[in-house]
Write a protein that binds this ligand. Structure first.
Ligand SMILES: Nc1ncnc2c1ncn2[C@@H]1O[C@H](COP(=O)(O)OP(=O)(O)O)[C@@H](O)[C@H]1O
Ligand SMILES: [Mg+2]
Length: 352
């Protein structure tokens, strides 16, 4: 390096001031020699010039600094600090600056990373739990069929039916999970096709006619004839309405009707503009208010026991939510317990 280039080198203060994450330097005197403003915000304004034991306070951090000053080795530790009254987790990197005797500490807030990790762990725990229940049943019946029920033809048929049902359930779970992961994967890619919501509704209702008939449910659709366009992914929108109408049939109760209506709102407060609204109304037991905010969480079943008996996975509304997010739309749910439920899909209309 030439002398000129050296002259151009900024000094230590301006270098660490340019770093976005909290950074400080401990000198040979074991005092905090420099810190940037992010570090001041984190540790307080008056730590400059203090001995590192009083400046840092956190025992784990002080210990790591002591050891790095002794052995000159770089380290990384994770500490929990209280920032403005709330807990935050930081990864702190310690590194000796070559031949200077200075120790550089940089802090990285890992709260978001930790939260994502936690969500991943919860998700795996949930999936395992959901799969284990039907699997345990199947394993139990296999044992029974090999042992006590070996020569009992009637029991065998019954158990095989139950096993087929449990296998179906696992199949639906895996199908739902794959569908959810596909939807999440392209959530940030806006759809680009102009599609007719009425056409999509009619396709959905055709698909569900057999289920409705078997459940003794009458589907009434008041969608008119004129096309009503949104920018969307037709397959995904069919998936949305299929989930909602299927729920209305499943949970709305046999021998009742389910109404599907289509309308336009001049101004939706959340979309901040005009909206196309599709409402699915049933006349079943409805949903208790405490469940409403959590319905779109994965695996959430309002009435877990009943939901499972009816083959629910709790993934349907989670998929609906992700698809609507992708479409810049939203889902509204209203219910008076005992009088049924109303699920409304709100979508921005296609520009004229
Ligand atoms: N129309 C409805 N009436 C009453 N409860 C409903 C209705 N739709 C959904 N729910 C409740 O919301 C839960 C989540 O629905 P969903 O995500 O579609 O999962 P699944 O149908 O697989 O159980 C259901 O288990 C049920 O308790
Ligand atoms: Mg469902």
């Amino acid at each position: 390096m030439t002398v000129d280039a050296m002259d151009d080198m900024p000094n230590m203060d301006s270098l660490i001031a340019a770093l976005p994450s909290p950074t400080l330097i401990i000198g040979r005197t074991e005092r905090v020699e420099r810190l940037n403003s992010a570090a001041e915000t984190l540790l307080g304004k008056n730590v400059a010039g203090r001995h590192f034991t009083t400046a840092l306070r956190h025992p784990k951090l002080v210990d790591a600094v002591e050891r790095s000053l002794l052995d000159g080795a770089a380290r990384q530790i994770s500490v929990q600090l209280v920032v403005h009254g709330s807990d935050a987790v930081y990864d702190v990197h310690l590194a000796m600056v070559q031949r200077s005797g200075l120790l550089l500490l940089s802090f990285q807030n890992v709260a978001d990373i930790a939260q994502a990790e936690q969500m991943r762990r919860d998700f795996i725990a949930n999936v395992s739990h959901e799969l284990r229940t039907p699997l345990t049943a199947v394993i139990g019946f296999i044992e029974t069929l090999r042992g006590p029920a070996r020569d009992d033809a009637a029991a065998r048929d019954r158990f095989l039916d139950i096993m087929a049902g449990e296998a179906d359930r696992m199949n639906r779970l895996v199908g739902g999970l794959l569908s959810l992961s596909r939807v999440e994967a392209d959530e940030r890619v806006r759809p680009s096709a102009r599609v007719d919501v009425r056409q999509i509704l009619y396709t959905t209702l055709d698909n569900l006619a057999p289920l409705a008939r078997d459940s003794g449910v009458t589907l009434c659709c008041d969608a008119g004839q004129a096309p009503l366009e949104v920018i969307g992914d037709a397959d995904q929108l069919v998936q949305v309405f299929t989930n909602l109408v299927e729920n209305a049939i499943k949970y709305g109760g046999a021998d009742r009707s389910v109404e599907i209506s289509l309308g336009e709102a001049a101004h939706d407060p959340v979309l901040r503009g005009p909206a196309t609204e599709i409402t699915v109304t049933d006349h079943g037991p409805g949903i208790e208010p405490i469940h409403l905010p959590r319905l779109t969480e994965r695996f959430y079943r309002g009435d877990a026991h009943r939901g499972r008996a009816q083959g629910g996975t709790g993934l349907g509304l989670a998929i609906v939510k992700h698809i609507l997010n992708r479409h810049r739309g939203r889902l509204k749910v209203a219910s008076v317990p005992g009088q049924g439920a109303q699920f409304t899909v709100v979508l921005p209309p296609a520009p004229a």
